[in-house]
Design a protein around this ligand. Structure first.
Ligand SMILES: [Zn+2]
Length: 101
């Protein structure tokens, strides 16, 4: 999976299309990412104890990584990721400006 936690990505589909946000969770098993404050849905939480109020909370719904594109921190453009070997580790780089991501 090319996208990691902490990356900035742009949403390509759905109601939040065109918006960008930070990846707060990346699940390589399901190939889904959750973005900070985006693609939210509201969930009703039932009161756990009597006398307590129920709540509505917003939860980031994980999105398939095919629906997002990474935004390069160097050139600030939506881009594709390339990989190169740097000494002994694999480095991700921007296909547009060749800067490391
Ligand atoms: Zn770039």
């Amino acid at each position: 999976m090319n996208i990691k936690k902490g990356d900035t990505v742009k949403i390509l589909t759905g109601k939040d299309r065109g918006k960008s946000g930070k990846v707060v969770n990346a699940d390589s098993k399901t190939s889904k990412v959750s973005l900070e404050g985006l693609n939210l849905y509201k969930k009703h939480v039932k009161p756990k104890k009597q006398g307590q109020k129920g709540e509505i909370i917003s939860i980031a719904r994980p999105m398939d990584i095919s629906n997002v594109a990474i935004v390069c921190p160097s050139c600030n453009k939506q881009t594709r990721i390339g990989f190169r070997m740097d000494v002994d580790k694999k480095v991700r780089y921007c296909a547009k400006c060749k800067g490391a991501i």
